[in-house]
Structures are given as C-alpha cells and as structure tokens.
Design a protein. Structure first.
Lengths: 333, 295
C-alpha cells in the first residue's frame, strides 16, 4: 500500500493542489507557490473537511476519557457538585478490591483460553479447509454467520439452551458428560461463557486465516515439495511462518476482544453467581450504574483504559511492527 | 522477489486463490469434509433450535427441551409480529445504524481526503490523534461516555447512541480510507484541476466514486457494528420506546421468562433481519469485515 503512494510524482502542477506526493514538497514550498490567497482557501477547505470529524472525535472519544480522569479523584454519586476529593483513594480501592482483581483475572483467563484453544483449533481448521472441497463458499458463509449476530442475541439464545434440564443438558447427558448447572456453578460458568464466545467469534478468525492462506502463493508449496519436504514440514516451515502476520492480527483482535468482554456475561449471568463470571467491564457498569459510584467508576474506567492502551501499544511495538518491516508476504503481495 | 510477484500475480488475479493443496490426499479430503460437517452442524443447530422453539408451546419445551414442534404453533410468532414493541425496536435499530453509518462514512471520507491529499503542518499528528481510537474499545469508555452524554442532555435520544458510535468508528474508517485515497494517482487530480474543478469538486466528483469499494467496506463495518451494539443503548435508554433490537431482546427475555416459547420466537425474529442481510450481502460483509482488519 505505502509503496504505491510514493510513485506518484506530478511535474508542472498547476494551481494550489498538492497531492499524495506532497511529502516531497513540504509545506513551505507549497505555500510559496500558491500565495496567501490560496493559503487562506486551503485553510478554509481543511476546516470544512476536518472540522466535523474532529469535533465528533474530540467531543465523544477524547473528552470523556479526559473528564473521567478528573472525576476519578472524587467521591461522587453522579448528582450534586464535585467536592469530596479523595485523591488516589479510588484507585487504591480498585486495586485492592478482590472482586475487581478477580474480574481482571477472568479477562486474562478468557484471553489465555483463546490463545491456547481457539487459535490452534482455528489454524488447524483453516489449514484443513484450504483445499478444493465442494461447497466452500457455503461453508465460509455458515462459519461466518454467528459473527454478524449481535452478541446480545447470542447471549439470549444460549441462555435458552443452557437452562437447567434444557437442550444442552439433554445433549451432554447423551454424550455422557451429564447435566450441569452451566450458568449457576461458580466453577463452570466462566468456561461456559468462553464456549459461547468461541461459538460466536471463532468463525471470523477462521475466515481471516483462510484469507491469509489464500495469499500464500502455491509456488512456495510446490517448491518445498520438490525439495522433498513432507506435508507436515511444508506446513510448519513454509505455510505457518508466512501466515505469521495474519496470526498476529488474529491475536491482537482476540486479546482486545477478551479485554472488553461484556455483553455475554452481563446478559447470561450478570457477572454472577458470586462474581464468578464478572469481567472488568461488567464490574465497571455494575459499580457505575447500580451503585451510583461515578467517581469510583471513573477510576475503574481509567484503569481499564490504561490496560488496553498499554497492551495495544506494546503489541504494536513488538509484534505488529515486524509485519510492516517488509515481511515476505508484503513483497509477494 | 520481483520475479515471483510477476509470475504469481496474473494467476491469482483470475482465480482469487493462491495456495491450494497440490496433490490432494484422499485421507486429507475425507478429514476436511468431516470437519466441515461438524462445523456446519455446531453453527447451525443453535440457530435452528431457536427458530423451531418459536413454533412450540412453553409446555412442549418444558416437557422435552430437545423435541420438535408437535403440533406446530404459530401463536408465538404471531404475537411478536403483531406487538408494536418488536417493530419499534427494529425501527430504532435501523434509524440509529443508518445515522451512524452516514456520519461515519461521510465525515470519515472528508477527513481522510484532507489527511491524504493536502499538505499542512500537523497533518501526521492529527492522523495519529485519530488512530488513538483504535487502541481502546467503546466498551471501556462506556461510563465516561454516559456522563458526557448526560452533561450534553443526549440521554433518551437516538442521536445520543448514533453520534458516539460514529465517533468511535471514525478511527478505523480513516485508517482504511487514507491509504486508499493516497493511492489514487495524482494525474487524475491534475486533470480535474485543468478542467477547472476545485479541489472539493475533485473530491466529490472523482475521488469519492473511485473510492467506492473502500467506502463500502467502512460502511458495512459501521452499520454492522451499530446494529449489534448493546452496551451504549443499555446505558442511554431507559424507556422501552427507544430500545434497539439487541437491547429489546435482552429485556424481553427477562420480562417474559415464564413464557419461554415467546422468548424463542422473539429471539428468532430478531435474528432474521441480520441473517437475511448477511445472506444477501455476504460477499461484501465478509470481505469488508475481514478486509478491514487486514489493513
């Protein structure tokens, strides 16, 4: 992508227009050529083009976060003036609250299970399905379908099936696992939710991986075969490394998704029983809205924000960056 | 590498697929079919179960949770379709998703145009600012956002959901559109200018039509995200008249927990628009959603 934009050079450019080749020109040269009148005109155009988006973005993304930092040092029930300064008290309380800490652990467990179970399974399925089998288009459609459903609807659907003595119990009895209170047993509930999340999101990952596999030229595989590599060796030494960028994006999306898990536990269990399925977000909404502790809730929101932010930055720095530095797939593409 | 590119390009262009298994082993194929069948069953059975459950009575369901409808009952679906709340939820979802999509695509395209084809001081900083939104999801910002909406008096208001959704979608939209708009050759802009068009005219008459594929991608992304969103409507709306479909389904379940069959019917019907839309526009949706993250 980025290489394409650099190739456009435009000699004898008339008027004030400065196109994608603009970096080469630099702002000063552009101004010198176009004069003050068009500079004013450019400024007006930029205001028209960027203004609305900027207002929306600052007003509804940046300001709320900034204001949350401010609220977080108060004890505040959401009504009346802010006057009860507690400093870092809210943060200290959050970081020593076992329910909150357990919620974080639950998110980490979900994320870990995704990496250990969903990822290998998805890669295996994608490798297996990446061949000329009949009905591949249909298969892709079906696999992807749960992803487009609202997770709220998914939550209700699975709640219906997971009712005690319900459909899932019938099935599990038939295969010998026996009936369980899937959503009421504190030792099981988190894993139940993980299974439901897998049902909804795994298909998306598989389609993503399949698209990544399609991008690997068959010549590489044929060359490996000519060199006497077995199918397993080819997969391990050729296919998987080339699939690296896709896998890293998969991991990134999966981790961000695990961190923000809310709809499924909130609707299916409300974070219960006994907070056994609470996540950072359900904790946040529970504190902020049900207990009207907006100052404390803001502190929790800031902590979540920092966790996401740090994770995303670190991951981009150490994992995704490698992809932008001329990975083989990029050159081939 | 250049040689490799040259040899692979035309082939891939026509068939769309690069790497296929070469000599296919019979065992591998059999395994692939077996896995495919398992996946299809696991995916479809829950959906089918809910749709069929809507055709049973609560008594039938309680008696045998995994049975088929006998006799088939239309009353549940009829009750949902003739209730005004279902149509209200549907309409609200549609209105909000359309507003959010139009705002996202419109404002995102304008901003991406400025950030890709103008040169001005602070451009990269501004772009970096917009990418911040990629680093954290709306769910994390839900509580601060609620307080902001309350301050602005936007609670119990469709715009109070649509506008923040658009604001949060702007990041991915601009990140997708900017390289796309950059890659459109400058000669086209020159030609437009020679023909006497202003830069905004070029944007409107040349760049936007040429960007149609990318605009579709971000549009689909914004629409699906908005349509399925749960947490923001949950916080912003108190009165049922404003509820969106996901919020409505979740509420309906807790309200009619005794009348299980009707919950089945309601849930099934609420999935129907999404699934129909998906089947009709599946190529664009799958391509859009997976293409968006591939960068």
């Amino acid at each position: 992508m980025s290489t394409q934009s650099r190739t456009t050079t435009r000699p004898g450019e008339p008027g004030p227009g400065v196109g994608p080749s603009g970096e080469a020109l630099g702002p000063d040269r552009a101004k010198a050529r176009s004069g003050p009148r068009s500079s004013l005109r450019q400024r007006t155009e930029l205001t028209i083009l960027l203004g609305p988006a900027l207002v929306l973005f600052v007003g509804f993304v940046l300001v709320p976060i900034a204001v949350a930092v401010y609220y977080s040092i108060y004890k505040w029930n959401g009504f009346g003036p802010l006057k009860d300064v507690v400093g870092f008290g809210n943060y200290r309380r959050a970081l020593t609250d076992t329910v909150f800490l357990h919620s974080i652990i639950h998110n980490v467990i979900i994320a870990g299970l995704s990496l250990l179970i969903q990822l290998p399974l998805s890669i295996g399925i994608a490798l297996l399905l990446n061949r000329k089998i009949r009905g591949r288009t249909f298969l892709r459609l079906v696999v992807f379908a749960p992803y487009v459903l609202s997770s709220a609807v998914t939550a209700v659907m699975w709640s219906l099936m997971l009712q005690p003595g319900g459909f899932i119990d019938h099935l599990s009895k038939a295969v010998g696992i026996g009936a369980h209170t899937w959503l009421a047993d504190i030792h099981i509930v988190l894993y139940t939710i993980f299974v439901v999340a897998s049902w909804q999101y795994m298909g998306f990952g598989i389609v993503l991986l399949l698209a990544g596999l399609q991008g690997i030229p068959s010549e590489l595989r044929e060359a490996a075969a000519l060199d006497g590599a077995t199918a397993w060796q080819t997969t391990r030494m050729v296919i998987l490394p080339l699939l690296g960028p896709t896998i890293r994006i998969w991991i990134f999306l999966s981790m961000i998704g695990s961190l923000q898990l809310f709809d499924l536990p909130w609707i299916m269990t409300g974070g219960g029983p006994a907070n056994a399925s609470s996540t950072m977000s359900t904790y946040l909404i529970d504190k902020g809205f049900h207990s009207y502790e907006f100052g404390y809730g803001s502190a929790v929101a800031v902590i979540l924000f920092v966790i996401c932010f740090v994770f995303a930055l670190l991951y981009q720095r150490f994992a995704l960056r490698r992809d932008t530095q001329g990975a083989l797939t990029r050159m081939v593409r | 590498m250049a040689v490799l590119t040259a040899t692979t390009q035309p082939k891939r262009g026509r068939h769309g697929g690069g790497h296929e298994a070469g000599p296919q082993s019979a065992l591998g194929n059999a395994l692939a079919y077996a896995v495919a069948v398992v996946i299809v069953v696991v995916t479809i059975v829950p959906l089918l179960y809910v749709f069929l459950g809507g055709f049973r009575t609560t008594a039938q369901i309680n008696e045998n949770p995994s049975g088929l409808p006998s006799p088939w009952v239309w009353a549940n679906y009829k009750a949902v379709v003739t209730s005004s709340s279902f149509w209200h939820f549907l309409l609200n979802s549609a209105v909000i998703a359309i507003i959010a999509t139009v705002l996202t695509v419109g404002l995102g395209a304008m901003a991406a145009f400025a950030l890709s084809r103008y040169v001005f001081r602070g451009r990269e900083a501004l772009f970096a600012l917009f990418t911040i939104g990629l680093l954290f999801p709306l769910t994390v910002a839900a509580l601060p956002l609620y307080l902001q909406l309350r301050r602005l008096g936007m609670l119990e208001n469709l715009w109070g959901v649509a506008i923040p959704e658009a604001a949060f979608s702007l990041s991915i939209t601009i990140v997708i559109l900017r390289p796309f708009m950059r890659a459109i050759p400058g000669e086209l802009e020159d030609a437009a200018v020679v023909d006497g068009t202003s830069r905004l005219g070029f944007f409107w008459r040349v760049l936007l039509p040429l960007s149609a594929p990318a605009l579709t991608t971000v549009g689909v992304l914004a629409f699906v995200t908005s349509w399925n969103f749960y947490i923001l409507p949950l916080l912003v709306f108190n009165e049922q008249i404003h509820f969106t479909l996901p919020l409505g389904v979740a509420t309906f379940q807790s309200q009619y927990s005794v009348d299980t069959a009707r919950v089945f019917a309601f849930t099934a019907l609420s999935m129907l628009p999404t699934l129909c839309f998906f089947v009709v526009a599946q190529r664009r949706i799958v391509g859009g959603l997976t293409g968006a993250v591939k960068g």
